[in-house]
Design a protein around this ligand. Structure first.
Ligand code: GDP
Ligand code: MN
Length: 382
């Protein structure tokens, strides 16, 4: 579960990390209200979408407080990397003199929690690592022992944090690690962590992704959950489809979580990016297959759909019927790559081949997953 910036910041603030003064708004009128409430000359309008790099994509706008409502009209409804802006975080504009970075995540290879700190921030961590490799500190924390103070001090030195900010940044790292463990997070990040002209440290941005498997015991998260699912995710949930939106452009339909994951891995391997994770589960009906296709093509980023089915209890003929239903009833001009294997494979292929004879459209039938992933990338899924 990914939290929106404004939600992550509320949690940061609750645990003693300073955040800018501000509040979430759902309409231009409300933006105006919050801007007046804040009382600063200038405010920052921050689109609340669950994707990074909003700044570069035009999702962050600095405005005079008086013009904030007006300026927000352009931001509401705007598409930021495939996500529609429906809420805006309005904050006092900080007078930033330095941007830094703190991130904490799980690292399977190192079998621990990895903390990254940099005295350079405001760009993504991959870019920082490439451009300023000597300005990054990295530590692996054994979750049983927890984070030692000496590790934090080493991080500050390695990252090249200026001495005068040591004490404050030390505090933020410790607090952020506390939040990471307390909320059973998979990732948390402050980028940028900023120093303002009056020497204060603020979390100017915030990310917090919590492990879905722990939500049941994270009462606060359960309360926030309603607000976080995107429109499509909510639509999928109501149909019993397990759907997660991602930011690539190859739509993926597969059966079973393992199959869906393997399909996504393969797409990455051949140089593409999945637009989503969609698992139709075992024993899917043809109607469910049709609904899945409808759902997937509502995402404007999807340029090609890869349907990868390995029939066990799922019957390939039913999947084929569902696809034919989808093609005949939905107006879609997106190419579809289909791999059918397993139970009733031949029946399924026949249904598809029959359909293709009458309707030579952009459906491509392949034999293997590898072939399918490559084909999907070839057909525009880069
Ligand atoms: P992201 O692009 O999605 O990571 O969004 P951020 O919240 O990190 O904002 C992008 C950039 O906008 C930051 O790196 C800052 O440089 C800038 N920014 C955000 N808030 C403020 C602010 O209060 N004052 C100033 N001067 N810049 C800001
Ligand atoms: Mn950021």
């Amino acid at each position: 579960m990914k939290l929106y910036e404004y939600q992550a910041k509320q949690i940061f603030s609750k645990h003693g990390i300073r955040i800018p003064n501000g509040r979430i708004a759902y309409s231009p009128e409300e933006v105006g209200e919050v801007a007046r409430e804040i009382g600063s000359e200038e405010v920052v309008l921050k689109s609340q979408v669950l994707v990074g790099g909003r700044g570069k994509a035009g999702g962050i706008v600095i405005s005079n407080a008086g013009e904030a409502a007006f300026k927000s009209r352009e931001l509401f409804g705007k598409d930021i990397k495939g996500f529609k802006v429906e809420k805006i975080l309005v904050e006092e504009k900080l007078d930033i003199v330095k941007e830094m970075y703190v991130g904490i995540t799980l690292d399977r290879e190192r079998k621990g929690v990895v903390i990254l700190v940099s005295s350079v921030g405001g760009m993504d961590i991959e870019e920082i690592a490439a451009k300023f490799p000597d300005k990054i500190g990295r530590k692996t924390v054994n979750p049983v022992w927890g984070l030692w103070d000496y590790q934090v001090r080493e991080l500050l030195y390695e990252a090249g944090i200026p001495k005068e900010y040591f004490k404050d940044v030390f505090g933020v790292i410790k607090k952020l690690y506390g939040i990471f463990t307390r909320y059973e997070a998979e990732l948390t990040e402050i980028n940028p962590l900023v120093i303002t002209s009056d020497g204060k440290l603020y979390a100017a941005d915030g990310r917090l992704n919590v492990d879905d498997n722990s939500i049941y015991r994270q009462k606060e998260m359960a309360e926030l959950k309603e607000l976080t699912g995107s429109e499509l995710e909510i639509a999928a949930e109501s149909k019993g489809i397990n759907y997660v939106k991602l930011d690539g452009n190859i739509g993926v339909i597969a059966n079973g979580a393992g199959m869906s994951m393997a399909t996504m891995d393969l797409i990455y391997l051949v140089g593409g990016k999945p637009a989503n994770f969609l698992d139709i589960g075992g024993g899917a009906s043809s109607d469910l297959v049709k609904s899945s296709m409808e759902l997937i093509i509502r995402d404007p980023n999807v340029k090609v759909v890869f349907v990868n089915i390995f029939g066990g209890i799922t019957r390939c003929d039913l999947v084929a019927e569902g696809l034919v239903k989808a093609f005949s009833e939905i107006d879609m001009d997106i190419p579809v790559v289909l791999r059918l294997a397993g139970t009733n494979e031949e029946e399924g292929r026949k249904i598809i081949e029959n359909y293709m004879r009458k309707n030579p459209n952009k459906l491509v039938l392949v034999r293997t997953m590898e072939e399918g992933a490559k084909k999907a990338v070839e057909l525009g899924g880069v």
